[in-house]
Write a protein that binds this ligand. Structure first.
Ligand code: MG
Length: 389
C-alpha cells in the first residue's frame, strides 16, 4: 500500500449521499486521492457521469439490467465495467485499492466489508448496518487482520477524535448526540398521521431516504449506539443518547475523572469523510467555518423512549446480542421501504420491527451463515406483517 499520497479509493455506493460527498473530497485533493473503483446498485446515469469525470479503473453496476447501458456509455475510456454482487466483494480485495469506503445502504454492506477485512484494507465505514448486523463477527475478524475501520458517521468520527491520545480504560461513558429528527416535538398521536414526505424533511442533515426515515423514527440513533459499542468496545450500558437539536456537538466522551470532551462542527458530512480519509493527518479545508458566537444556545435533553420505541428496541437488541440486532435491522429495512411506498403508517415501522424481534428464533453466537439465514427469515416475517396489516 502507498503510504500517504495517491491513495486509491474504492467507493461502494458512489451515487448515494455519502458516495457523492466522498467524490467531492477526492476532487478537492487530487494529489492525494484517486477514485479507483466506483460501485452503484441501480443509478446507472449518475454512475456513468461520475466515471466520465473521475476516470476510475473500474466501475460496477450491481443490478445486471443496467450493465449494457453503463458498458456502452463507457466504452473506449479504458474503464473496466462489471456487474453482479460477487464483483463487488472481488473488487475490494484488488491489491491496488488502499481505502474502501463502504457507503451502501443496509445489509448489503456486510459481505464486501468482510472481504475488505480479509484483504487488510483501510475501511472508511459509512454503512452502520454492517456493525449492527454482525458487530461481533466483524470485531473477531479485525483481530486477525491488519485492516482498520475509520468511522465516517459524524457521531463516531466525533468519538474517534475525542478518544485520540486517551487510554480506553479511562473512558467512563460515550454521550451520543441526536438531532431528534423532524418529529422531536410531535406527540405519539400526531406521529400516527405523519407521511413519508413529512419524514423526508430532516431539519439539519441532507441524507438519503432510508437514513432520513431512520432518523425520524430514531432507529438511526439506536443503530449508532450499537455501532459505537463495537467500534469503541464500550458496553451499551455506558452509551447515553442525548437529544441536541442544533447538531453542532457531534458527540462527547466522558472520562473517569469526570471530564467530558466534545467535538463540534457544522452539520456537514464532508468533515467526517475528510477526517477519515486523511488519517493520520488533518487535511486543510477551505470550506465554511463554524463561528461559535452564532450558536448562543446549544441545548441537550433526554430522548423520549415512549414516543420513539425503536430506541428501547435497540438497547434491548444490544443487551440480548446474538442475532437480535440482525433481525431488528432486517425488519426495519422492510418496514422503512414499505413506509416509503406509502404502504404503512409511521408508527407501524416500530410495531413491525418489535413484533419481528419478539418472534425470531434466538441464535446466541451466530456464524456468517446464521446472519444470512436470520436476515432472510426476519425479512420474510416482516413482509408478511405488511400484508396482514
Ligand atoms: Mg450519524
Amino acid at each position: 500500500m502507498t503510504e500517504i499520497n495517491n491513495k486509491n479509493i474504492a467507493i461502494l455506493g458512489s451515487t448515494g449521499s455519502i458516495g457523492r460527498q466522498t467524490l467531492d473530497i477526492i476532487a478537492e485533493y487530487p494529489e492525494r486521492f484517486r477514485a479507483h473503483t466506483l460501485v452503484a446498485r441501480t443509478s446507472a446515469k449518475l454512475l456513468i457521469e461520475q466515471a466520465q469525470r473521475f476516470k476510475p479503473r473500474r466501475v460496477i453496476i450491481a443490478d445486471e439490467q443496467y450493465y449494457r447501458e453503463v458498458n456502452d456509455a463507457l466504452s473506449g475510456l479504458g474503464i473496466e465495467v462489471l456487474t453482479g454482487e460477487a464483483a463487488i466483494s472481488a473488487a475490494v480485495v484488488d491489491a491496488d485499492v488502499d481505502i474502501v469506503v463502504t457507503a451502501m445502504v443496509g445489509y448489503s454492506g456486510l459481505a464486501p466489508t468482510i472481504a475488505a477485512i480479509g484483504a487488510d484494507k483501510i475501511i472508511a465505514l459509512a454503512n452502520k448496518e454492517t456493525l449492527v448486523v454482525a458487530g461481533e463477527l466483524i470485531t473477531q475478524l479485525l483481530k486477525s487482520s491488519k485492516s482498520v475501520i475509520y468511522p465516517v458517521d459524524s457521531e463516531h468520527g466525533a468519538f474517534f477524535q475525542c478518544l485520540v491520545g486517551e487510554r480506553r480504560e479511562d473512558v467512563s461513558k460515550l454521550i451520543l448526540t441526536a438531532s431528534g429528527g423532524p418529529f422531536r416535538t410531535f406527540t405519539r398521536e400526531q406521529l400516527e398521521h405523519v407521511t413519508a414526505d413529512d419524514a423526508l424533511h430532516h431539519p439539519n442533515w441532507s441524507m438519503g431516504a432510508k437514513i432520513t426515515i431512520d432518523s425520524a423514527t430514531m432507529m438511526n440513533k439506536g443503530f449508532e449506539m450499537i455501532e459505537a459499542k463495537w467500534l469503541f468496545g464500550v458496553s451499551h450500558e455506558n452509551i447515553e443518547i442525548v437529544v441536541h437539536p442544533q447538531s453542532i456537538v457531534h458527540s462527547m466522551v466522558e472520562y473517569c475523572d469526570g471530564s467530558v470532551k466534545a467535538q463540534l462542527g457544522l452539520p456537514d458530512m464532508h468533515l467526517p469523510i475528510r477526517y477519515a480519509l486523511g488519517l493520520p493527518e488533518r487535511l486543510p479545508s477551505r470550506e465554511q467555518r463554524m463561528s461559535v458566537s452564532d450558536y448562543a444556545l446549544l441545548t441537550f435533553e433526554r430522548p423520549d423512549f415512549e414516543k420513539f420505541p425503536l430506541l428501547t428496541a435497540a438497547y434491548d437488541a444490544a443487551r440480548r446480542g446474538g442475532n437480535v440486532p440482525c433481525v431488528m435491522n432486517a425488519a426495519n429495512e422492510i418496514a422503512v421501504a414499505a413506509f416509503l411506498r406509502r404502504q404503512i403508517a409511521f408508527n407501524d415501522i416500530a410495531r413491525i420491527v418489535i413484533d419481528t424481534m419478539e418472534h425470531a428464533p434466538f441464535v446466541s453466537v451466530p456464524t456468517y451463515d446464521d446472519y444470512v439465514a436470520s436476515n432472510a427469515a426476519a425479512r420474510c416475517y416482516a413482509q408478511e406483517k405488511l400484508v396482514t396489516k
